[in-house]
Design a protein around this ligand. Structure first.
Ligand SMILES: [Zn+2]
Length: 370
């Protein structure tokens, strides 16, 4: 056996795996309701540590597969991959946050998390007492790990099984022998290290933590550390334009019906505080201004803010119109907004229409008389 292989299978050289309590809670809750073989993506970080062969792995949250209710409303160029959209939302915010932290700390604690957010693997539910990855799981993981273009050099596969508590301990003694590549030598490191979470007097959920990398070349078990959510970096709530696509569709349709053209929908750090804002840039074909409607991730809880820029600020011959328009925009004065408080069932088109009328009056008044 080559030396490197031995090294990779030394427990001290396996990755340290840390999961937030939130992740465990979601796995347990979903394992009890999901059909087998459905699961969720794991969002987290793979942090390379000097002197260690494998990265430290952190799992911060999970992303559920496309829910048909959400999927139904899918719109815009992001397509219908809601899971992908949610990941992109997290990743965009993460990058923004990394950038801010780099300026504000510049110390070891800030630097520790200064790595890209990643899809670190998945968890899924197995039927019965199958606590091992299946042949299919192996194939998928192996291909992923050795895929230079799309894959990552390592992957977590977390398996949840629902047990009758009376049998929950029986499986462990026979465990290691069923895996390829296990020898007398590796027995200790291949000992099962599951979490067992009691649900009722009769039922428990067992969670097994598996890992494969280019160096292990097979699944190895990891012993997890579960930690308070607050001790790990936080991901922001998912924005309304992803979670509430029916609303998005309604907003876009009503803008179009009213004669506005929607140029752009973009996540943007408009107020310097995470999470990102969702901005819509719209204009009337006959108008003088292009408007940027700035909504918070929690829209429609709060009224959008509207900015306006001259129509000439739209650059020609480039799809990258957002930033130039933004750079030349200014906020609509506060007294151009309706005096009635914002209602969450109000649409942005109604707000924009009213603001547009008042803004026009104001700009005419201000213009020097000829
Ligand atoms: Zn499986």
């Amino acid at each position: 056996m080559n030396k490197y292989y031995n090294l990779a299978l030394n427990r001290a050289q396996l990755p340290r795996l840390t999961l937030s309590q939130r992740v465990i809670d979601k796995i347990v809750a979903n394992a009890l309701t999901y059909p087998t073989e459905t699961g969720e993506n794991l969002v987290g970080l793979a942090v390379n540590i000097p002197g260690r062969i494998e990265p430290d792995m952190y799992v911060l949250d999970t992303i559920a597969p496309d829910d048909s209710a959400v999927r139904r409303g899918a719109y815009f160029e992001q397509g219908d991959d809601v899971q992908g959209e949610i990941f992109n939302w997290y990743a965009d915010n993460w990058e923004e946050f990394r950038e801010r932290r780099r300026h504000s700390y510049g110390n070891a604690i800030g630097a520790k998390w200064d790595v890209p957010l990643a899809n670190v693997g998945d968890w899924h539910k197995h039927p019965g007492t199958l606590t091992h990855p299946s042949g299919g799981d192996f194939e998928t993981a192996y291909q992923h790990v050795f895929d230079d273009k799309e894959g990552e050099p390592q992957i977590l596969v977390i398996l949840a099984t629902v047990w009758d508590r009376a049998y929950a301990n029986a499986d462990e003694s026979v465990d290691p022998e069923t895996l390829i590549g296990i020898t007398e030598h590796t027995k200790e490191i291949d000992k099962p290290r599951p979490l067992k979470i009691p649900i009722t007097d009769d039922t428990l959920v067992r969670i097994d933590f598996w890992y494969m990398s280019r160096k292990t070349r097979r699944f190895v078990r990891l012993a997890p550390i579960v930690t308070e959510d607050s001790l790990l970096p936080n991901l922001p709530p998912v924005s309304w334009h992803v979670t509430n696509q029916d609303r998005l569709r309604k907003e876009l349709e009503s803008l179009t019906e009213d004669g506005y053209k929607v140029l752009r929908l973009q996540g943007f750090n408009a107020d310097n505080v995470p999470p990102l804002e969702i901005c819509l840039q719209v204009l009337r074909m006959t108008g003088k201004y292009v408007y940027t409607i700035v909504t918070k991730a929690t829209y429609p809880a709060e009224r959008p803010v509207i900015r306006y820029a001259p129509i000439e600020s739209i650059p020609d011959n480039t799809p990258h119109i957002f930033a130039p328009i933004w750079a030349q925009s200014q906020p609509v004065p506060e007294d151009c907004y309706p005096t009635d408080p914002w209602q969450p069932d109000s649409l942005m088109v109604d707000l924009l229409r009213m603001v547009e009328v008042k803004l026009k009056q104001k700009l005419v008044e201000k213009a020097p008389a000829k």
